[in-house]
Design a protein around this ligand. Structure first.
Ligand code: MG
Length: 376
């Protein structure tokens, strides 16, 4: 895995373009070369403040040639702040550096980490719970027919629902209705988003098995790994999780104790590609598959395409949100080119250096601009 490279060069300037939902990062090296990245979405206006106060000062004017060491150094300097926000901000720096290195070496990021360009099969990922089983089945069938998706994920329970359903009987119905309508030959997955107690999840999970569902994501509160493990041990289908987790101790425990069958790190919550590669490696050594989390069409899905193609223990499908403007109005027109064209159920990584995308000038013009510079 390439995390160390030959260029000896200092980071000169870090600029951010921020809305409440998303913050793009432009990195400039002392020779003028540049790269683009993104911090994790949501409350990005807060994350961007952290970026300029707790991330940028540790790297500006410093020589950089080791991704792993740089991330570790920042986390050591900020060891009193081991939580999500610093890592959400670090993701902006890390992803900008990978883009910079790709542009410098004229290679797509996936090739830098041992992957290949080309097709990436995706699964159509529904984010909605306020939709009836019938309406969900109908829209997924249409997507199957229009775009050739061969795998789908839909929602059960209520998000962090303390065992309650979105409305009574919805989950029991949707796990029958959607698989029946999608038909055989299609992979069906569900996401519980931390809803259930283990006994409930096991009962529902057995019915999923009977209905050709093969993946039960985050059945129990993710912060209760022993509950999740009971479900993993009881069910034949894959129990999956990890999208929220960003602490390496938690990952080590999750992998060592086989809390889940499939791990799902999110590049942006993790602090970037580098730390996600570390987690994927840890899982690979334990023969655990990695199907990363990527729940919106910002840079996270682009980065995850490259990540998925660059690891040997990847799941078959990239998560691909099917929600549009009604659900994610902020993701509209983020990029100048559209990296999200699905054909035959696949996206494509082109042979373009870096992440292969450009943020749109119109979007950047409307965002709040801040910068940190060497010597500030
Ligand atoms: Mg999920």
């Amino acid at each position: 895995m390439k995390g160390i490279f030959e260029h000896q060069i200092k980071i000169k300037k870090l600029e951010t373009f921020t809305t409440r939902y998303v913050s793009a990062v432009r990195l400039t090296m002392e020779d003028g070369s540049q790269g683009w990245g993104q911090m994790s979405t949501y409350y990005a206006n807060i994350t961007s403040k952290i970026f300029h106060q707790q991330v940028a000062p540790h790297v500006l004017g410093k020589e950089f040639n080791d991704f792993f060491d740089m991330g570790n150094l920042i986390m050591e300097r900020e060891h009193k702040f081991p939580g999500s926000y610093v890592l959400r901000a670090l993701a902006g720096l890390d992803t900008a550096l990978w883009d910079w290195l790709g542009r410098k070496e004229e290679l797509p990021v996936t090739k830098l980490i041992g992957g290949t360009v080309g097709k990436v099969p995706v699964y159509a990922s529904s984010m909605k719970r306020d939709i009836t089983p019938e309406d969900e089945a109908n829209r997924l069938i249409k997507l199957r027919d229009d775009f050739g998706y061969r795998a789908f994920k839909f929602r059960v329970g209520a998000e962090c629902g303390r065992g309650r359903d979105e409305w009574e009987g919805r989950s029991e119905r949707i796990i029958v209705e959607v698989p029946k309508k999608l038909g055989s030959g299609i992979i069906k997955m569900v996401d519980g988003n931390s809803c259930y107690f283990s006994d409930q999840a096991i009962e529902l999970g057995k019915k999923m098995t009977d209905n050709d569902i093969t993946h039960f994501e985050e059945p129990c509160p993710y912060w209760l790994p022993d509950e999740t493990k009971k479900v993993t041990d009881a069910l034949k289908i894959d129990v999956t999780g990890g999208e929220q987790d960003c602490d390496m101790r938690i990952w080590k425990d999750m992998i060592d104790r086989k809390i889940v069958d499939i791990i799902q790190p999110d590049i942006m919550y993790m602090g970037g590609l580098t730390r996600s590669l570390e987690v994927a490696k840890m899982a690979e050594l334990a023969n655990i598959t990695c199907t990363p989390h990527a729940a919106n069409l910002s840079l996270v899905t682009v980065c995850t395409m490259h990540f998925l193609k660059g690891i040997t223990n990847s799941g078959k499908f990239l998560e691909f949100s099917i929600e549009g403007e009604d659900y994610y109005p902020w993701q509209k027109d983020l990029f100048a080119n559209d990296p999200f064209i699905v054909e035959n159920g696949e996206l494509s990584i082109e042979n373009i250096p870096g992440w292969g995308v450009e943020f749109s000038n119109e979007w950047l013009d409307k965002a709040v601009y801040e910068y940190s510079e060497q010597g500030d």
